[in-house]
Design a protein around this ligand. Sequence first.
Ligand code: NAP
Length: 531
Amino acid sequence: MTTKLCVPLTANTYERMAADIRAATAAQADMIELRLDHLRDHDLASLRRLMDAARSFPGELIVTCRMAEEGGRWDGDESGRVSLMELAGLCGAHYLDFEYEAWRRSANIRQKIGLVCDVNTDSSRPRARLILSKHDFERTPDDPASILADIAREPAHVVKLACKANKITDSLLMLEALRASAAVRPTIALSMGEAGILARVLARKWGAVLTFASLEAGQESAPGQVPVTQMREMYRWDALNAETRVYGVIGCPVAHSMSPAIMNAAFGEVGHNGVYLPMRVEPDYTDFRAFVDGCLRRPWLDLRGCSVTIPHKQNLLRYVEERGGDIEPLARRIGAANTLSVEKGTRPDGSDARVSASNTDYRGAMDALMAGLAGGGDLGDAAVVVLGAGGASRAIVAGLRDAGCRVTICNRTADKARALADEFQATARPWNDRGRLEADVVVNCTSIGMWPKVDESPLPGGPRLGKMVVFDTIYNPIETQLLRDARERGCRTIDGVAMFVNQAAAQFQIWTGIPAPTATIRLHLVQRLGR
Ligand code: NAP
């Protein structure tokens, strides 16, 4: 079964809902769901007109009137709800969605809706198909597969379960349930919330009946729905299939990461059958391990690689070490990794999967710096001041020391500057001295000046001398306050875009074995930054 992209329509008047039907048609939705419970007034004549308007939609139509106890807005009586749904079924709805609990407790619903949906006959062409659904807006149960199996004991054409994912591992549970259920019956199984995106996008890999996608951001019928255009354009919905390999960016927070946009565009450009998703994993090591272990235990998921960002770069090293995987010597020396690669084994429990960790920030930063220098990029024994002593700083300090530079580190937390300086034979100076230091190159590895606090600068007075080279690793915004001040003072400036493109391109090549389309990566990054 090819999974449909279904757009729920949640307007509160019949006129607006009719307009949304036209908008969903223009957005190339495969299906629409009319959420009658969102309408302010409920009269049968208006519903009949709405169903007429819905005939212009070229795809299939679900009609739902969700009761309050399952997250809907219906606050009228049950007989009124049944009358609306009966009429929708008689007026051409392809599917009627009723809650499993309401179905079980009401003989009236079973009799009337069962009749409209022909569930008690052998009719091969029912007038409307019955979706029996269950929703939990609080949590994901331990065994969602058994709930789908329970629903399937009733005469439903489609079983549906939607639960809040409080952690990304809840999405893995839901995908497991979807995979088992969809193999034997038409199934919809979804995770709600930010951590649920994995289950929403990957629903297509295991042939769910549908996944929901909002008409536009802000018009979701449940939390975590991705806008339909983003589903099609960014996640390349139409190209996803059972063989699609899974990648992502593990971080916390991760919702605003640019990586899904650029990596998916790069996969599309070279025809690689992969999808790259945001993977929000809570900061603790135990959360990191639970998620990656959870993916590896399910080899059918086909996780092949992840970018790993704040706050998990050291967790990645620890994880790969504990699992006996390969750590690139450079990543070990730097003490941080940003790239997880997975090589699948053959055992069904995934226990023979091989993991490895590498660091592409080092090369990405050094290549960007060299390319930005005058005269072909020779650093020689340049004096470099590095601001910050976090993950990016570690990679850059290592790179600068390997190139023979004299490095001075200034960090707000002095102990961290000293520890980093000791490790790489650099010098630590107090944070407050940063504006007074003589240097050929200044590199900002702090997050000061990053969106949304774009007016801030780690060097509030600007760089001291016009002959300095100023490299800001921040890429959002492209021109930071620091770079603006430096440019106005006549300094040569290097922004963080090249570093970002370089490190992403290196990850792409590690995972796919082919050179990355760097022009596409740059274009998509700059386009998103320009929005
Ligand atoms: P990190 O490990 O969390 O380190 C953050 C650093 O910023 C620490 O040194 C921290 O100082 C300092 N800092 C944060 N807020 C500060 C403030 N208000 N005042 C003074 N210092 C402050 O993060 P990271 O991974 O190294 O990332 C740091 C920067 O590098 C980010 O802006 C990120 O955008 C950039 N980066 C860019 C790329 C790229 O590809 N272009 C790749 C990676 C990172 P304390 O130690 O005192 O907390």
